[in-house]
Design a protein around this ligand. Structure first.
Ligand code: ZN
Ligand code: ZN
Ligand code: ZN
Ligand code: ZN
Length: 225
């Protein structure tokens, strides 16, 4: 069985374990080749961020993020690649401060109009929540800071987990759908055939997608994944 935490480097296509990805990216020749011949005054500071599911760490993204990126842009990015279902609220928790998509000033919340470089540094960890009802919680860690060629894109995916091999709870074939009700008992992963006869009804079924929000609320992956 494949390592549940394995993923792929987007520069060289190599399959790398989550625990070895920091080392791999630091040494990856394809990643390095994007930096050759760049004068130092054209370089920009980047943070390498490991993002994973708090309760499902087999889903992870390893991101190269310009240090001047605002929390709002990181929020948008996470919604797009992993989370967005119906425009729920979200928040970053950095140190003891909440940075919210819809700040409630009476609770001392701040907006997301802050640059990463003003809030974080190497080694720092922080949290993120999407949807305060059916919440998806993420952990983020600044694994390193680096200088890199200035580019337009603020956030680049350096590596990402390969889709976990999820099996049908009823028959063991590859699961394609999950029941939004039964998932709370860690059941209800279903193949096409077993989905047709599932007791909760087909309207409860959501597609299996490569995201820590799989099976939550109305999350379908938006066709992006
Ligand atoms: Zn690589
Ligand atoms: Zn929703
Ligand atoms: Zn089945
Ligand atoms: Zn069900």
């Amino acid at each position: 069985m494949a390592d549940l935490k394995s993923g792929k480097c987007n520069y060289c296509d190599k399959i790398v374990n989550k625990s070895g990805i920091k080392k791999h990216i630091a040494a990856c020749k394809e990643k390095k080749s994007t930096q050759q011949g760049v004068p130092s005054h054209e370089k920009t500071k980047y943070f390498h961020l490991m993002v994973d599911g708090k309760y499902s760490p087999e889903y992870w993204l390893y991101l190269d993020v310009k240090s001047t990126t605002k929390l709002k842009a990181l929020d948008d990015f996470l919604r797009q690649i992993w989370l967005e279902c119906c425009g729920h609220l979200s928040a970053f928790r950095i140190r003891d401060q909440t940075y919210s998509s819809y700040p409630d000033k009476s609770f001392g919340d701040r907006s997301m109009n802050y640059k990463l470089e003003d809030l974080m540094g190497e080694g720092m960890t922080f949290g993120y929540e999407y949807d305060f009802g059916t919440t998806t919680e993420l952990n983020l860690k600044v694994t390193s800071e680096s200088e890199g060629k200035s580019r337009r894109k603020a956030i680049e995916v350096m590596a990402r987990n390969t889709a976990p091999d999820v099996r049908c709870s009823a028959c063991g074939k590859i699961a394609t759908q999950v029941c939004a009700q039964c998932i709370w008992e860690n059941k209800g992963w279903l193949c096409d055939k077993c989905g047709e006869v599932h007791k909760c009804g087909e309207e409860m079924l959501l597609p299996v997608v490569n995201s820590p929000r799989v099976g939550m609320c109305g999350y379908t992956g938006n066709g992006i994944i």
